[in-house]
Structures are given as structure tokens and as C-alpha cells.
Design a protein around this ligand. Sequence first.
Ligand code: UFG
Length: 336
Amino acid sequence: MSQADPGSVLVAGGAGYIGSHVSKALAIAGYHPVVLDNLSTGNAAHVVDFPLIHADIADTGRVVSLIREHKIRALLHFAASIQVEESVRFPLDYYENNVCRTLRLLRTCSKNGVRTVVFSSTAAVYGSPEKLPVSEDAALNPINPYGRSKMMVEMMLKDMAAALPDFHFAALRYFNVAGADRGGRIGQSYPKATHLITLALRTALGLRPELVIFGTDYATADGTAVRDYIDIEDIAFLHVRALDALFERPRNLVLNCGYGHGFSVNEVVQTVKRVTGIDFPVHETGRRPGDPPVLVADSSRAKNELNWTPMHDKLEEIIRAAWEWERKLHSMKAIQ
Ligand code: UFG
């Protein structure tokens, strides 16, 4: 490693949607990402330029050997189950996967000298915040097992930082991540994805008969739930910035990753129809278990701490990028 070379970093879950975009951004910034993924939901085709170790994060032997082989300096941890509604039905799977396995990974990393961690956290740790936009100082009150599992890992990280003077972390609390790489090489490719924008686009493509809107009786302007949609390229950039920040001035950071304004499910659906030019069927039904009514970020801390200026703060642009990707993905599948 030369003086200008920032070295190798372990990207756990780097074959997934967010992890693959972050790996790409890390490589552009000069880091050497080494991806560890069990490919349960990730896609090996999204890890073309970096080593991919096909193993589980809890496989201590494999993790130790890759840390040594690649001289890993930091961990970026994306490997987790992420569906709110699923977490309500299968809570123990979420605690097992997101908490127990993460504990093992953190222990292995820490024992082997990797004590800089960037962690994928979530706005779900806030539950249904009283004050909006929600700041990082708000009380953590998650309302579903997914959010609780992520909060538990944040607590572990804080405790490790208190116990170990050279352990530092950034917990990035994502709001609703959407969009795709503007180079057209990677995007959301998980066939069972449940996120609103992806499902609306797949409905526009005719892959699904209708889009279901979960809940029209929320106390919001049009009765549907409101979320803060942030572009995947901004998310990727925030990870690189956070990692740089931990190396430049070791400290602990907890940062909201959102734009600070929300759109209702109805507004998203209308925007998808406008961008695609396709008027697909929509069916309204009851609320989805575990969903909060409104989640919008106060993102001033990320802007100040990381000197961040959002690049793609426009819902229409995010949806257009995701649309390009979905069309490409679908046409590739049609050819195969
Ligand atoms: N929705 C629908 N129909 C669908 C899919 C979603 O109406 O087919 C609604 C949901 O009920 C919710 C909103 O669209 O009100 C957004 O739902 P997503 O599934 O797209 O995303 P979530 O808000 O449930 O969760 C996402 C991430 C979490 C993160 C959260 C933060 O998956 O990790 O955003 O806001 F915590």
C-alpha cells in the first residue's frame, strides 16, 4: 500500500443493491473493496471488478483469512435482512441474521485489528417520530423487529467504541433508497424486492398485474404514507465520505441519510406513471403491518459533518434512473 493508497476494505453484503453501488463508489475513490456475500439476496454479476468471497459473515475462519490476505483496514456492513413486513412475521430470523451474525462479524473484525466500521442502519430505528423532520437526537423507538434489530447493532457499536479506544464507527441511517447507477451497470435486481418504486416500475413493465397501495387512512395530506426517497448514488457517496472522515479524524458518527422532504405513496405512483408514460392498475388496501405513517430526515448533520451536497435530490430523476435499469434488466431476462 503506497502512501496515497487508502487500502483494502471489507464490504459485507457487497453483492446486494446498496453494497454493490457503494463498492463501485469506493473503487472510484481509490479504495480496494473486497466483497463478502452469501448471495442469499445478492447478485454475483454485480461484483465484476473486485474479489468476491462467497461465504457468510458468521463464517469466522473465512473472515479471518480474508482480513489477513487482503490487509483489510475497515468494514462496511450491508449484509442484513431488510423487509419491514417480513420482520413482523419472522422476528427471530431478523434477530438471528441482523444481530447474532453481525455480533460474530464484529467480534472477528475487532479481534483481527479491523476497528473502523461503517454500518447500514435505518430510519426504522425512530419508529413513528413525534417531531418531523426527525434528527439523529430523537428518541429511538422502533415499531418493528427490523428496526429493533438495527438499533441493537447501533448499541453494540456504541458500546464497542466506549470500550476500545481505537474502535470507531459511522452508523448511516438510511431513509428510502431508490434509483440505479447512472452508468447502467448495476441496480436493484432482487426478483422478490418489495420496495414501492421498484414494484411500481415492475407493474408499469407488465411484470405484475397491479400495484397495491397499503393504507389510505394515514393522517397525511392524501391519506397515504410519506417517505424521504434518496438516490442510491448519493447513498454510495455518503459511505465513501463517512469512511474518509473516520480515517481523517477518528470519531463516531450517527447520520441520517435522506433529503429532508417526503413524498406520499400516491405522489410516487403518479410520478412513476408520468416518467414511464404508462397508466398501470392500482389497488388500494389496508395498512401494511409495521409501517410508520411519515418518515422524513433532518439531514443537516450529514451535510455539515461530511460536507455533503446532494447530487440527485429530485424524485423524478431517481425514478427515471430506476426505470432505465428495470427496462434493461427485464430485456436482459427476456433474451436469456
Ligand atoms: N408500499 C405500498 N405498496 C407497495 C410497496 C410499498 O403502498 O407495493 C408503501 C409502504 O406501505 C410504505 C411505502 O410504500 O408506506 C414505502 O415502502 P417501502 O417498502 O418502499 O419501504 P419502507 O419505508 O417500508 O422501508 C424502507 C427500507 C427500510 C427503511 C425505511 C426507512 O426498506 O430499511 O425505508 O424509511 F428503514
